[in-house]
Design a protein around this ligand. Sequence first.
Ligand code: SF4
Length: 719
Amino acid sequence: MKESIEKLKKAHKLLKTFEYELKEVNRGYTDRTLYINLSDNTIKSKPVTQEMKDKFIGGRGFGLWYLWNAVTGNTKWNNPENEIIISTGPIGGTTQYPGAGKSLVVSLSPTTGTVVDSNVGGYFGPLLKFAGWDAIEIQGKAEKDVIVFIDGNNGKVTIEEAPEEAVDTHILIEQLTEMYADSEEDKRNISVVSSGRAAEHTLIGMLNFSFYDPRRKFVRIKQAGRGGIGTVFRDKKIKALVVKYAGVKGDTNKPADKDTINKLGIKMHKEIHDLDDMQNSMRKTGTSYLVKIMNDYDLLPTHNFKFGSHPEAEKISSAEWKKWFTVTKTDGCWYGCTLACAKTVDVYELKTGPYKGQKVCVDGPEYETIAGVGSNCGIFDPEYILECNFYCDTYGIDTISFGTLTAFVMECYENGIINKEITGGLELNFGNKEAAMELLHQMGRGEGFGLIAGQGVRRMKKIFAEEYGADPDFLQDIGMEAKGMEYSEYLPKESLAQQGGYGLTNKGPQHDEAWLIFMDMVNNQLPTFEDKAEALHYFPMFRTWFGLNGLCKLPWNDIVPEDNARTDEPAKVPEHVQNYVDLFSAVTGKKITKEELILQSERVYNFQRVFNLKMGFGTREHDRIPYRSAGPVTVEEYESRADRYDKQLKELVGFDPEGKSTEEKVKVLRKYREEQYQKLCDAVYKRRGWNENGIPTLETLKRLGIDYPDVVEVVKKHL
Ligand code: SF4
């Protein structure tokens, strides 16, 4: 290994070196950003201003601010002006409280055409901060593949041409960790950001963020999956970003009040220790516990979101994954996360593709992957899910988008919209795992139908209608994308609030903004439009806050205090909200209340909505959702839940279904549900301080303190 690494290193060509003064973190910030332009190899330090900290906090907020200033309304994802910004946030890097090591990535997305943010574990963001930088802002494009190396102990940044390292992640991360570590012990001090070969051929490329697992002795990964940022990364010819910082300690983030952080951390660790086994068992099975729950409540997407449960779901539930996962205490994706949900299958022998026969480690699968590439495609085979998970990761492809677009392709295939001639021989029926796997390998090789599918659902709809004569309305109904992003894996049909939770997002239908299905559908806690609108105000704002601070959402409500159900608002988990308020104050020294916490997010959230406007999106028409996410498109779907739908027609619509054809009932129900969605939009816009076209009003911008002249100018054009 050593010799081959030396050979790789020898082939590097140093393009630029930048030396900087080492600097300690102060109350969660270093007050500097590392700016790199790959077109001309500029490397410089930019100040992080007090205004930035006050208004945008960090993480996603910093990313949005930098990108706003870097691009115009005409910038496209593959223009050199587009940037990739990675930042944790003031709390990021804390080791005492679980889930405090996330990085946020912001860029213009190839699939949506507007700004996208993605939240990811692994060590990069915190190590970057400890190396002296609150954020890294990368602009321009390199001519040949480069590696950017940030040496946080020697104060040095280099851009190096790196022609010989692998592009695929599972090889590259091992090579670079070995190359930049001085010893086995030193490997923990390194984190690599990489993508993979399929990111070069598709628009759904993602980024892997690494961390070294000393117990297993291999490099692990977490993914910034959504929105195609891996595609931007490879378009810029970045092979990898590498950061190294040795010396992480409990106080490296230099909080204002370490005692409070210790107390909060101890309380949470005890809660996890005492209650996780009785609650979601995250430490043993990760998020795979959700499969059974979603299936039981008819919410697990199967067959391109047609149905919500399947008799074979048990085969891919956590009971099965327990047999595959090894459980260790090192399954946290940052130091101190005792919830430790980052599960892995340590040894899996690949059966297909370029690495066939190799024994590899598979990071995951997480719930979204299981439901996306599994049940939603009608595949209930754990080994297929593992194989697919591995190849998506090493090829640099988002498992959620891959799953959702494959399910769409399968439904189109079964409906005769596409056929074997078009797919190059792939029989893409639901359940055909060999064909689905080959589709993925085609994306890796950049050939065949994989090139079309890799464009994502939105572009496929256009291609299928224009080139193969498909009915565009039907494609619109069954193509599970909104704003150009593929849906994540929850069936929102029976929850109006969750339809809004997907449709009224800033970046596209990803559940990290709002997950309201249980509150709405199961517990019936949101009976009125106003109730739903309130939830669609509070929860997206609250969840946005994690991304400003470098936090993971899971320790907020995937583990809850024993008496949580007896509190006034159990869905908010009030005790944990208070923990976060206290945590922010203890790190930054700036006292906030829970109302101010929401205000911090609201400011950034509205700024992002205006950013969408700047890029030509962000109005009511862009909050449109495919009808399948609101109700049954086909007779088959209606009849699968006929009792429920008939009852609704009778009780809610005042239409007697007796003796009517299913087609007629589908039509009447559709009219009703589409009206409901529009009424929901009205209520949410009003609650968020937006006008009837979904545009933040000038009063709202003023109240939030983001009425900067260029922001107002963008909004004014729409008022
Ligand atoms: S809860 Fe899971 S995803 Fe979140 S920080 Fe901990 S290990 Fe990572």
